[in-house]
Every structure is written in C-alpha cells, then in structure tokens.
Design a protein. Structure first.
Length: 198
C-alpha cells in the first residue's frame, strides 16, 4: 500500500471506525458530513484515491477496506431477523464469525427468530449469512426490510408484474405481499449460507 496523505489517513480511519462500530461501510453523506465535504463528487475522489493507493478495494459501486488495513475480524453478526412475524431490525454487532472464507467481503450475518422457514431446514437461532445486492432472482432466499419500521425478515423472493411476494417455508404462515412500488420494502441481500451451532 502506498503512503497516504494526512486527510486520506483520516478518512480511512473514519471508515474503519464506522465498520468496527456498525458493521458497514459509511455512506458518502456520512463521510461528507464528518469532514465538512458538501459535494459527493469530492468524497468519491477521496475514495478513488484510497483505492488507487491500495487502502480500499472497489467492486462496482461498493468499496471495502483492503485486508492489510482491516481492524475487524470475521463477518459481523448485526442482530436478529424474523422467520415468522417481522421484527424491528437493530444493527448492533453481537459477535463476529471468524470463518473469513465464508461469503464475500461485504457479507454480514443476522440471527433467525421464529420458524416460518423450518421446512427448508432454517431454524430459530441459525445465522443467515447475507450478501448485499440490489437485485435477486425469483426463488432466491433473501433478507428484506419491510414496513415503516424496517422490520427484517428472511423468506423466498418471488416477483410478478406488480407484486413482490415473500414466501415462507411453513404451512402455518402466509406469504407477505407488497406492491413493487412500496417505498417501505427494501432488499438487504441474498442468503448465501446458514450456520448452526450444536
């Protein structure tokens, strides 16, 4: 990694502190507000410079710290996700999974509550490893935030022309249906692994 300027080091430290505290990369707005930068383009220039010097990796629109500068160890467990009725999602890091080969660099984990996915072998207490993404295919297992309170749930994703359906894997539960225009439905990502401790 090439030598950073004082401002680049400060921005990198802020990024690492945010990841350590919240388990996610800070937004352009958060970086700009912290350093008094009013233009997203200026923030982007700093991130590009950090990537050019090897402090950050870039994949599409997403950045992540290079392994050499990371402070966190493993995949962060950010909270709990419902496999039943949705629950309010609180992104507090509960622990870290040390198996760093599981999932990609941006993956995070949520703990499953409830039994709406039990017919697929997903039980309460399991950890769902989630890969953030903007789009998924029909039939994929996903985590989504729903409603004004952004409650989290794990379900199978199905989309028709005007409706998104989040389907359980338990006959005791009904699918959750949303308009494709629903502003309170947000995809967190696809589930790439389920971990269970015995």
């Amino acid at each position: 990694m090439r030598t950073l300027t004082k401002r680049q080091r400060e921005i990198l430290d802020f990024i690492l502190e945010t990841i350590e505290k919240y388990g996610r990369f800070p937004s352009y707005r958060e970086i700009g507000a912290h350093f008094g930068l009013t233009s997203p383009a200026t923030v982007s220039q700093h991130l590009e410079a950090l990537a050019a010097k090897g402090a950050l990796h870039r994949r599409g629109r997403h950045y992540s710290p290079a392994e050499a500068v990371r402070r966190d160890q493993g995949i962060p467990v950010l909270g709990r996700v419902a496999a039943g009725s949705p629950i309010t999602a609180v992104e507090n890091i509960e622990e870290r999974i040390q198996w760093n080969r599981l999932g990609g660099e941006h993956c995070f984990a949520v703990r499953v509550l409830g039994n709406s996915m039990v017919d697929e072998g997903i039980r309460e207490g399991d950890l769902a490893i989630v890969e953030p993404c903007d789009e998924v295919r029909n039939g994929e297992l996903i985590v989504a935030y729903v409603g004004e309170d952004q409650e989290a749930t794990v379900k199978r994703y199905h989309r028709s022309r005007d409706v998104i359906e989040l389907r359980p894997a338990n006959r005791a539960y009904r699918p959750m249906r949303f308009s494709t225009a629903d502003p309170h439905l947000r995809l967190a990502g696809r589930v790439v692994a389920i971990l269970r401790r015995f």
